[in-house]
Design a protein around this ligand. Structure first.
Ligand code: ADP
Ligand code: MG
Length: 348
């Protein structure tokens, strides 16, 4: 089959895309993850021409002159700006292309809560970006595969994927999602909570980027062994002038409490709806955390405390969705050949 793969002329270029609200990762069959960039596009406001994509465009967020707009085309886990999403996908796909003439098959990961219309939009963006065919895989399934959970076994595994715009909670058994919940709360909501905190408690205006930096430096969901402080710059609401303010990890934890509590509530609610046998399995193995938000300090501890069961981070929270989608790609022919029996693996 390996030989057939190369003879058929496209195997090496098939790819899997984790189209996230915060970051897009591309996995190329046989090569692994080849690209990981913020899902941001800078567009010329007059001509709609794309100026920059990814990291370069992210640096422009909140810093653009009137003629350039830095856009995050995915919001809350769905495509908010179809044309810009398509342009971004095309840019990323072409960047990893080995040949301009190849039209790869692309597996794309979408949040489990998206509607049929939104799924169609993702497919069309891929086809518009040069893919020969697009297949969708549900994000919790990809995350669970990437985290090495025994998804195909008759045992319950719980995955919690905390991304930029959404958090997804799912219980998987026998290759299918048994119960799941997707909430439109994730890392972005945490950044916004920090922006609001600074506005209310320090009369300080800061941008989303600064808020994210504060979150990475000071953010936590449970007390730290050593509480931290950092100085940040922003604009004083009263005087309108630039100023600096000292922030503590304790106050940021309080600011983050609302989004964190919503994520914890989603996990509890999903556990509530989990059939007892599977709940017992999860008790044994624990909850696995994926996505960038899983890196928030103490979120695992918080879940252990509130859900009364073990919880641990996946080996590589930021890449496990891309790796899981990629693994489904490596097994593509297998899945395809026995499609009737294995369609439950999650490719739809
Ligand atoms: P998506 O799948 O939606 O693109 P990711 O899984 O890539 O999202 O996660 C991105 C989110 O994770 C961002 O909101 C980012 O701020 C957050 N994040 C990344 N690292 C950390 C960290 N160390 N602590 C808290 N949040 C983090
Ligand atoms: Mg994600």
């Amino acid at each position: 089959m390996g030989l057939f793969k190369y003879l058929s002329g496209f195997g090496g270029r098939d790819m899997a895309v984790d189209l996230g609200t915060a970051n897009t990762l591309v996995y190329v069959r046989g090569r692994g993850i080849v690209l990981s960039e913020p899902s941001v596009v800078a567009v010329d406001a007059r001509t709609d021409e794309v100026h920059a994509v990814g990291m370069e465009a992210k640096r422009m967020l909140g810093r653009t002159p009137g003629t350039i707009r830095a856009i995050r085309p995915l919001k809350d886990g769905v495509i908010a700006d179809f044309d810009v999403t398509e342009g971004m996908l095309r840019h990323f796909i072409q960047r990893v292309h080995q040949s301009r003439f190849a039209h790869p098959r692309v597996v794309v990961c979408v949040p489990s809560g998206v509607t049929g219309v939104e799924k169609r939009a993702v497919e069309e963006a891929c086809l518009g970006a040069g893919a020969r065919r697009a297949y969708l895989i549900e994000e919790p399934m990809a995350a669970a595969i990437g985290a090495d959970l025994p998804v195909a076994e008759p045992t319950g595994s719980m995955i919690v994927d905390i991304g930029g715009g959404t958090s997804e909670v799912a219980v998987i058994s026998l290759g299918g999602i048994v119960v799941s919940q997707s909430i439109r709360v994730g890392g972005d909501e945490m950044d916004e909570a920090i922006v609001n905190h600074c506005k209310i408690h320090h009369k300080l205006l800061i941008g989303q980027q600064t808020a994210e930096e504060v979150k990475l430096e000071l953010g936590s969901a449970a007390p730290l062994a050593e509480e931290l402080k950092t100085e940040i710059r922003g604009r004083d609401i009263v005087s309108g002038l630039p100023t600096t303010v000292m922030l503590s990890s304790e106050e940021i934890r309080v600011a983050l409490d609302e989004p964190v509590a919503q994520i914890v509530a989603a996990v509890k609610d999903t556990l509530d709806r989990t059939p007892p046998e599977l709940a017992g399995d999860i008790m044994d193995r624990g909850i696995t955390l994926a996505g960038g938000g899983a890196l928030l300090h103490g979120i695992d501890e918080r879940l252990r405390g509130e859900c009364q069961m073990p919880a641990q981070l996946a080996d590589s929270p930021l890449t496990c969705v891309a790796i899981g989608s990629g693994r489904s790609l490596e097994e593509f022919e297998v899945i395809h050949r026995v499609n009737g029996r294995r369609s439950s693996v999650g490719l739809g």
